[in-house]
Design a protein around this ligand. Structure first.
Ligand code: HEC
Ligand code: HEC
Length: 383
């Protein structure tokens, strides 16, 4: 069993890379006004970031692809999880898999403003990228799930999404001799359970991680020519004048927190109260999870409602984001949202916006394609 698990893990290495690697010469002329030199030393010597009091800033940093699991049982769990991730037969009508909305070729989202759910009904929110989801502590835009396992369970049971039940999922898997073999390899027990199903999917998701291939990662690793002049200027803007690093920081470029950036559409047709739905704390109205910006270019369109392209996002931040105004009847409304005080009008020039964009583009990783695995046949129970 062990050898088979290792062999099947080898077949998992189907990540296709379409990019040239290697070190790049620094651009001939330095049009960064000394910033390239300032950012060429260790991170501790970088220019001071513009961070407001109370923000627990963590410097931007590298992410490297985690090593594949050495333990054969763990490897078998990842392979099982990958199969489950692609298996539409687990959804109620048998037509939707996790991979329907989280596609490696679409930056692990689905490229749509908001996803189509069960019966092709439009969902309310944008499918976020699940790249590096294994490093998060809260899941969904409102953080309502606290583990990848709980998150997957919620999707199976959501009648607008996979439209299934735990009973349906387990009964489907039990019918398959192939699946029973894979559960045995992964857990030492051929009997599929919902716990093992969720654990395997979560273990597969933990392998969906940044691989250190972005220009920014290569720059951090010492290839100082990996960033263009515009991206170096953009990095500096991101950490200083544009104030982005107040919320987008650390190796993920996310503080993992929840903020109101003024997009709750309170009292309007598109209203989404965000984190408030989970905590019932009026201070959380309109707060959403700060998304990671890794590979952000591939994850368009943006924000929880998927209404914006990247230039739109940069323009809105430059204007300080929209500030909702109370209507007279909302004068004493305790739920009226309060935009984060970390947002200010930035007044970025068009050159500065282009530089900021160049930095965000430098977070782009090698293109990946994850081939759907061979699906075990369903059939009569092998018992
Ligand atoms: C119909 C499209 C669709 C399907 C199918 C789907 N998802 Fe999602 N996924 C979404 C949307 C939309 C969200 C955000 C929903 C929200 O925030 O309320 C999301 C959120 C997530 C997140 C949270 C990411 C984060 O950073 O917070 C993870 C992880 C995830 N999905 C994994 C899965 C897994 C595993 C499956 C299969 C069991 C799955 N998804 C099936 C659309 C889908
Ligand atoms: C107050 C904290 C905060 C600051 C400051 C901030 N962001 Fe954000 N950012 C967020 C939150 C929260 C979201 C999600 C909001 C939503 O969906 O309603 C977000 C979303 C984004 C997205 C969309 C990502 C996606 O996958 O949908 C981009 C791009 C982005 N921010 C870039 C920036 C840039 C560039 C700056 C600086 C100009 C910046 N942010 C400043 C908190 C912040």
């Amino acid at each position: 069993m062990g050898r088979r698990a290792v062999a099947s893990f080898a077949s998992l290495l189907v990540v296709m890379a379409i990019a040239a690697c290697g070190t790049s010469p620094p651009p001939a002329a330095d049009a960064t006004g000394g910033l390239r030199a300032a950012y060429s030393g260790p991170r501790a010597t970088w220019p001071a970031p513009t961070i407001d009091p109370g923000v627990a800033f963590v410097e931007l940093g590298r992410l490297e692809r985690p090593a594949p699991p050495a333990d054969p049982r763990r490897a078998a769990r990842v392979e099982l999880g990958r199969t489950l991730f692609f298996d539409a037969r687990l959804s109620g009508p048998g037509q939707m898999a996790c991979a329907s909305c989280h596609d490696a070729e679409l930056g692990w989202g689905d490229g749509r403003a908001t996803s189509f759910g069960h019966g092709f009904q439009p969902l309310a929110r944008n499918a976020p990228s699940i790249l590096n989801a294994g490093l998060a502590t809260h899941f969904f835009w409102d953080g309502r799930a606290q583990s990848l396992e709980d998150q997957a369970l919620a999707v199976f049971e959501n009648q607008s999404e996979m439209h299934a039940s735990t009973g349906h999922v387990v009964a489907t898997l039990q019918r398959s001799a192939g699946y029973r073999e894979r559960f045995a390899a992964a857990f030492g027990d051929p009997e599929p359970t919902i716990e093992h199903t969720l654990a395997a999917i979560a273990d597969f998701e933990r392998t969906i991680a940044s691989d250190g291939s972005s220009d920014f990662d290569r720059f951090l690793a010492g290839d100082r020519g990996a960033l263009s002049d515009a991206a170096v200027r953009g990095l500096h803007l991101f950490r200083t004048k544009a104030r982005c690093a107040n919320c987008h920081h650390g190796p993920l470029l996310s503080d993992g927190g929840f903020h109101d950036v003024g997009l709750s559409f309170y009292g309007r047709k598109l209203q989404d109260l965000g984190r408030y739905a989970v905590t019932k704390d009026p201070a959380d109205v309109g707060r959403f999870k700060t998304p990671s910006l890794r590979n952000v270019v591939r994850n368009a369109p943006y924000m929880h409602n998927g209404l914006f392209d990247l230039d739109g996002v940069i323009n809105m931040y430059s204007a300080g984001m929209a500030t909702p105004k109370r209507k007279p009847e909302q004068a004493n409304d305790p739920l009226f949202p309060t935009k984060s005080p970390l947002l200010r009008e930035l007044g970025l020039s068009s050159d500065e916006k282009a530089d900021l964009r160049a930095f965000l583009e430098s977070l782009t990783e090698r293109r990946r394609r994850v081939r759907p695995p061979e699906m075990p046949a369903l059939g009569e129970s092998a018992r």
